[in-house]
Design a protein around this ligand. Structure first.
Ligand code: GCW
Length: 695
């Protein structure tokens, strides 16, 4: 080991330790996410102290960049957990050996094993040590014994990505946490530190790719002017194992290429895409590829030239070649199509199964409509055995209370991932050859995600993409322990609160299988009465189909027959309204207001009971939080308490406005003892929020 290298590493460790200093001293504003490495106490501290860890045998000439990041993280993390900022290692130090000498990055699989007073992290490439270090620090943060640590992990799927819906001017579509973290205007000369901190946070949860711009794509990202900007970001992210992707606009050959057409079968168009891909790869050899939203919500696409989605995707895929992938979104529904919106993606894509090139991946939202508080899983999962399918979830909570409502999304994603699509396996198994993409909730806010608890959803998304078999409880516990406090008394209360929050939002917004009752445009508050928008499927009334006799969308053979898009074993669970899980009832069935529910109540009473249960759960969450003040710093405690107050008010707003509207349709009295809505229906209808963020 060369002296110069040792000195450089010691200097690096010292610099990192100093860099960590002001952070620990500063008030907790959430910037440090789950990477706080709060000092251990009691027996956990004693154990780590007696292990007396030092970095050993990692220091070599020509250390690879990811290895260097891993070593720096380990040093910062250990020092912080031990409660010291610069530490002298005593006698008989316990070595932490990073044994990932290979130049290649690898897939990040790692083993961590304690043996003979040493912890050895190893795996097939540099990323093994990077992910291994984060896993080790997580385990130690949770109180694991360094003397017995023994982990072997590998990623469940190759692509674990965040999709940013960010525009070049800094606006974030459906963004509730400030402006974009990407400052394209100042790039490439200036790279904000936040982009490094972002990559570090992503790496800590196994995320390995990011699409840096919105699917409603600006063609700017394909211009020569943007290539150095993209390159600067890609270079900064490489040591963290993050590959950069861009969304592309299908009509770009016309808009910036000067061609008369964007027809994917036109040789000049194909040559243009090839030249663009070549230019990107010349600057960024590990460029990830293109994400495309085509012929969806007015975006251009191959159908503008009477070509299929496969023809469009393949044209781009051939330009990229085996250097990367084209991720084609399945989120399509058409203005001219009278069929149930929930069926349209399946109808368009299933006939194309087997027609996509090898490097095309189809990206499918978790449910058939659009990121609702609850949907059944998307029927495309399991229906395209010859196409690689990727899962798209929405971390930014467009339809779930956005920045302020505390909604922990692990139960929502788990519900989709764990569904058996038929006899052959689960959604998680279907997507294993491709991966998961999450619409990011990161922004320029100090807390990154619009609220402290929204950070949990970013964390969860990465953890589930790494290992979808992790339980919601496990992930909540990990996150809360690292983010707030590892005290068992705190975790015993906060974890169940997080778990309950998902059913709560379903109950106070769209109970019993209702969907898309959000007001137009901003999708924030209730708008069940909206029925006059140009396209039928933009209207909440389209989804609820409420009239004086009943409510719900009949998707059985008597209705749209969307049920037929599921495997018979799945459809059987939802075909009989009396046997359907109440959480999916009105998604699949139109039933009378007095339909007998499993609880023994008629539907109308049950519906109201669900709204009330949602409100009561939010009240209970606020009480739980109030009891946890001792465990949380004042700033983050107060932010969360304020937001829970907002959520409580708005859960009531949802309940009251919805009940007032249903009553105007069914003319039924409220069951005895039920609190009447606070205001009249015209009042709720009169509310308007032109300034709501993200729309
Ligand atoms: O959720 C909906 C949003 C649109 C979004 C679209 C999509 C990017 O309301 O704003 O556009 O989905 O996923 O393409």
């Amino acid at each position: 080991m060369g002296r110069g290298v040792v000195n450089r590493l010691m200097a690096l460790a010292a610099a990192l330790a100093v860099a960590a200093l002001p952070l620990t001293a500063r008030a907790e504003d959430g910037y440090r996410l789950w990477l706080r490495y709060a000092p251990l106490e009691g027996k956990e501290l004693a154990r780590l102290e007696s292990f007396n860890p030092r970095l050993a045998s990692v220091v070599r000439d020509g250390m690879e960049p990811s290895q260097r990041v891993a070593a720096g993280e380990l040093q910062v993390g250990l020092n912080s957990l031990l409660g010291v900022t610069s530490r002298k290692v005593g006698q008989n130090p316990g070595d932490v050996v990073l044994a990932c000498d290979q130049p290649r990055l690898g897939d990040g699989s790692f083993t961590i094993k304690a043996e003979h007073h040493a912890i050895r992290i190893a795996g097939p490439g540099q990323l093994s040590c990077l992910y291994g270090v984060f896993a080790l620090l997580r385990e130690l943060s949770l109180g694991a014994d360094p003397n017995t640590i023994d982990l072997a992990e590998h990623p469940a799927m190759p692509l674990r990505m965040l999709d940013h819906w960010d525009d070049p001017n800094g606006y974030v579509l459906r963004g509730y946490s400030g402006r974009s973290i990407f400052d394209w205007w100042k790039l490439p000369e200036h790279l904000d530190q936040r982009l490094i901190d972002y990559a570090r946070a992503d790496a800590s949860i196994g995320i390995n790719g990011a699409v840096v711009n919105s699917v409603n794509a600006s063609p700017l990202f394909l211009t020569d002017r943007y290539i150095p900007k993209l390159k600067r970001v890609a270079d900064a992210w490489r040591p963290y194992g993050i590959r950069l992707y861009i969304s592309v606009r299908f009509s770009a050959p016309k808009e910036i290429g000067g061609l008369p057409t964007a027809d994917p079968l036109d040789p000049a168009v194909q040559a243009w895409w090839k030249a663009r891909a070549d230019a990107l790869y010349a600057a960024i050899p590990d460029f990830g590829g293109f994400l495309v939203k085509a012929n969806s919500e007015g975006e251009p696409g191959p159908q503008d030239y009477h070509r299929s989605h496969a023809e469009g995707a393949n044209a781009l895929a051939r330009a990229v070649g085996d250097r990367g992938v084209v991720i084609w979104r399945a989120f399509v529904y058409s203005a001219e199509d009278k069929t149930d919106r929930a069926m349209q993606a399946y109808n368009e894509f299933v006939p194309l199964d087997g027609k996509f090139d090898r490097n095309v991946i189809l990206q499918v939202k978790n449910g058939p409509i659009d990121f609702q508080p609850r949907e059944p899983f998307h029927p495309l999962f399991g229906a395209m055995p010859h196409t690689r399918l990727m899962f798209e979830g929405q971390i930014t909570k467009e339809y779930l209370g956005q920045a302020t409502h505390l909604v922990y999304l692990a139960p929502l994603w788990k519900e989709a991932l764990d569904w058996r699509t038929g006899p052959d396996g689960t959604v998680a198994q279907v997507i294993a050859p491709a991966g998961m993409a999450g619409v990011a909730n990161t922004g320029s806010d100090r807390d990154w995600s619009g609220s402290h608890f929204n950070q949990a959803n970013w964390y969860t998304f990465g953890r589930l993409a790494w290992d979808p078999s992790l339980s919601s409880e496990r992930i909540a516990r990990e996150w809360a322990a690292q983010t707030f406090s590892r005290d068992p008394a705190f975790l015993a209360k906060v974890v169940p609160m997080m778990i309950a929050s998902r059913q709560a939002v379903v109950d106070y917004m769209t109970p019993l299988g209702l969907a898309h009752q959000m007001a137009t445009g901003h999708h924030y508050g209730p708008g069940p009465w909206v029925c006059d928008l140009q396209r039928p499927e933009w209207n909440p009334c389209y989804y609820a189909r409420a009239d004086k006799d009943g409510i719900g969308f009949d998707r059985t053979a008597k209705g749209s027959n969307a049920l037929s898009q599921y495997a018979p074993s799945v459809a059987a669970r939802w075909s009989d309204p009396r046997a359907t899980d109440p959480d999916y009832l009105l998604w699949f069935h139109h039933v009378p207001w007095d339909f007998p529910m499993p609880s023994g109540k008629p539907l109308w009473n049950e519906l109201i009971a669900r709204y009330d249960r949602g409100v009561a759960t939010v009240d209970a969450m606020a009480q739980t939080w109030a009891s946890l003040q001792a465990y949380v710093d004042p700033e983050r405690f107060q932010d969360t308490a304020d937001y829970l107050r907002i959520q409580g008010q708005e859960a009531r707003w949802w309940r009251d406005a919805s009940i007032a509207y249903w009553q105007s349709v069914n003319h039924l009295p409220l069951p005895a003892g039920v609190r009447p809505p606070e205001h009249t229906l015209p009042y709720y209808k009169s509310l308007s929020f032109p300034e709501a963020p993200g729309q």
